[in-house]
Design a protein around this ligand. Structure first.
Ligand code: IMP
Length: 206
């Protein structure tokens, strides 16, 4: 294994909600994180039908354009009654055309409508995190996380982002939008994936 400095990494995302959570999760690790917007890196295409392929594409893209190691998260919400939809298409669920702007509010309305006649409201968030040390890194470090819960019939809370106002954590009985960020980070798919990734980094790069 080649020694590699992880003092500074680029985060391959333009999603403010994700960036805030990842920055908080990495606070205290000694790793300086720079959002890809700092380098004016445009959002990468996400043409694939799996989270892992999209995460790899995003990480490679950000590393190529910044010259830094890159961390990417690809995530989404998977609803049992909808056979796992919106899944990998979560960010653009309500978009009808490629040119349509992403909208959390429209996504949530579409999800409520899709579930209108369903009693089974079980769902989970899924996240895969990928760290590449360079754009051509043949050994990316990969970790996953899952957060199980239910979809409410009306939104609750004003924090978080995306589907959080509709996603009920059944253990705390709070939505992702009601939980303080540190508690969400402890329970969430992203928090779990990043904790696993940090463990792997320690083992792989030491
Ligand atoms: P990505 O940028 O393609 O990974 O899109 C992820 C999308 O999944 C987000 O835009 C949200 O719609 C949804 N999502 C992922 N994680 C979360 C979360 O923690 N809370 C709310 N929505 C999330």
């Amino acid at each position: 294994m080649h020694p590699i400095s992880l003092k500074k990494i680029v985060i391959a995302s333009g999603n403010a909600g994700k960036l805030n959570e990842i920055e908080r999760l990495l606070a205290g690790t000694g790793i300086e994180v720079v959002p890809q917007s700092f380098f004016n890196i445009p959002e990468a295409d996400e043409p694939h039908c799996t989270f892992i392929e999209n995460a790899l594409a995003k990480a490679r893209h950000a590393s190529l354009h910044s010259g830094l190691p890159a961390l990417a998260d690809d995530s989404g919400i998977c609803v049992d009654a909808l056979q796992g939809a919106p899944g990998v298409y979560s960010a653009r669920y309500a978009c009808e055309n490629a040119s349509d702007e992403k909208s959390d509010e429209k996504n949530n309305q579409k999800l409520l409508a899709a579930l209108q006649h369903h009693n089974n409201r079980n769902a989970h968030y899924y996240c895969v995190m990928v760290l590449v040390k360079s754009a051509t890194d043949p050994q990316p470090i990969i970790a996953e996380g899952i957060w199980r819960g239910e979809i409410l019939t009306a939104p609750r809370g004003s924090g978080g982002f995306g589907y959080d106002p509709l996603f009920l954590d059944t253990i705390t009985e709070q939505t992702g939008a009601e939980l303080p960020m540190d508690i969400k980070n402890h329970l969430s798919h992203r928090g779990k994936a990043l904790q696993h990734l940090l463990q792997k980094i320690k083992v792989t790069l030491s």
